[in-house]
Ligand binder design. Structure first.
Ligand SMILES: Cc1ncc(COP(=O)(O)O)c(C=O)c1O
Length: 439
């Protein structure tokens, strides 16, 4: 390692010793990294002069541009100073004494809301083994085709997409989604009613921000989806657990002292996590209940594409006659969760407000990605992918049922398995008091 005020030749020798033509990091970046580290550690002393770029280039057998790129970056970052006519000098860095022990944030630094949120973060795991609920069969995703599509859309991205967007999502994607939702999900909408979000999670957050005040109540399925519950708790809402029976959320079983809700959150196509599908009479009763309570009904239709031997149940949004259903969808199950694309279908009168609030609060983006998804839908690849995955999930379910047959004989009851990607035992093993989480 070079010592203080290193003579030029020593520095070149020290660099030459460490630069490796076999490393994966390009030589220019290695040069930058070495100089950066030595300057940061004070091994190259403030005020000392660096060899001229020609000298460095010839001494290290590097192109001059490679050397210039590295030194220009150090200049831009303030580690090296260029004195016109004199050369490059190591800058004086502000002294910073690192604390002897790492700082661990104390609980008192967080708000109560923050602490409640942190409490729920422990259930998240990046590891997905077999049987992780809510994670699609990514091994069957048409990865190569998708990469080609993405590459093309990023290459031909519209110049206008580089700036801030306020359209509530790429119009082409909203049109494609609108056609798809109208046909397959009996959702009644026009493209202007759609706001594209970064997944359903952001949609819940937006709903909570715009339609509730701190302390308002939200009725949630019990057991229910922890992701939505986290958003509502983070917005300081009072989460009221409403039991789920064989037909989904049953408001008649709510706690006697349940306050009137601002929101009612349900997963009627495939209740999460029990897997039951809400029949039509219960849907109509729930719509009636939302009207009586003057509440917004949030229909989370996260994986309804996967139905096996039953016709699709009409969406609450399509059944509603008084425009109080907010439909939330996601591409996390039908494509992949890392895509982070979801959407809201809003009552017409609210769509503009949501669009503007979304642009203010979250900032929109990723239009080339949205263009790729739009093309995937309009060219029929989306429907083909869903059909393929449906067959696949049906087979997986059949295998699981076969394997569980002895347990079923011994008394285990399984949900019908008519829909969705996961299938839960009907008997509740333990109470998921804080909502059951996938992500
Ligand atoms: C009930 C439910 N809703 C929504 C989602 C998807 O959320 P996101 O779009 O944020 O990935 C999931 C994911 O597991 C879920 O289980």
């Amino acid at each position: 390692m070079p010592s203080h005020a290193v003579p030029t030749d020593w520095l070149i020798d020290a660099l030459a010793l460490r630069l490796s033509r076999h490393a994966s990091l390009p030589l220019g970046q290695q040069l930058y990294r070495l100089l950066y580290d030595w300057i940061q550690r004070g091994e190259l002393v403030a005020g000392s002069r660096l060899p001229a770029s020609r000298r460095l280039a010839s001494g290290l057998a590097l192109g001059r541009n490679t050397v210039l790129n590295a030194t220009e970056r150090l200049i831009a970052e303030g580690l090296v100073i260029a004195r016109p006519g004199a050369g490059l000098f190591i800058a004086e860095l502000p002294t910073f004494s690192a604390p002897s022990t790492p700082i661990t944030p104390t609980p008192s630094r967080y708000s109560n809301r923050g602490l409640a949120l942190l409490d729920r973060c422990g259930t998240l795991s990046p590891h997905h083994q077999a049987f992780a609920p809510g994670v699609p069969g990514l091994d069957l995703f048409p990865h190569d085709q998708w990469q080609r599509l993405l590459r093309r859309h990023y290459r031909q991205a519209d110049q206008d997409w580089l700036t801030y967007q306020t359209q509530g999502g790429l119009p082409a994607l909203k049109r494609a989604l609108c056609d798809y939702l109208t046909l397959s999900r009996t959702v009644r909408c026009r493209p202007e009613q759609i706001v594209i979000t970064q997944g359903a999670q952001q949609a819940f957050e937006l709903i909570a921000h715009l339609l509730t005040d701190s302390g308002d109540s939200v009725w949630m399925e019990e057991p229910g989806y922890g992701g939505a519950q986290t958003s509502f708790m983070a917005a300081n809402l009072n989460v009221v657990p409403v039991p789920v029976d064989a037909e989904g959320m049953n408001p008649a079983l709510r706690p006697a002292d349940a306050p009137s809700p601002a929101l009612i959150y349900v997963t009627p196509s495939h209740q999460y996590p029990s897997g039951v599908t809400m029949p039509l009479p219960r849907r109509l009763a729930l719509l009636e209940q939302a009207s009586t309570q003057n509440a917004w009904l949030i229909e989370d239709d996260y994986d309804s594409e996967f139905r096996y031997d039953i016709p699709p149940a009409p969406s609450l949004q399509g059944l509603s006659t008084d425009g109080r259903v907010i439909y939330v969808g996601t591409f996390s199950k039908v494509l992949y969760p890392g895509l982070r694309l979801g959407y809201l279908v809003l009552p017409t009168a609210m769509a503009d407000t949501f669009r503007l609030a979304h642009a203010r609060l979250h900032r929109e983006g990723h239009y080339p990605l949205q263009a790729a998804v739009a093309e995937f839908i309009t060219k029929g690849d989306f429907s083909r992918h869903i059909a393929r995955m449906r067959t696949h999930y049906r087979q997986r379910q059949a295998c699981l049922r076969l394997a569980l047959a002895p347990a079923v004989e011994a008394g285990l009851r399984l949900s019908s398995g008519h829909a969705g990607m996961h299938h839960a035992p009907c008997r509740r093993a333990r109470k998921p008091a804080t909502g059951s989480d996938t992500h």
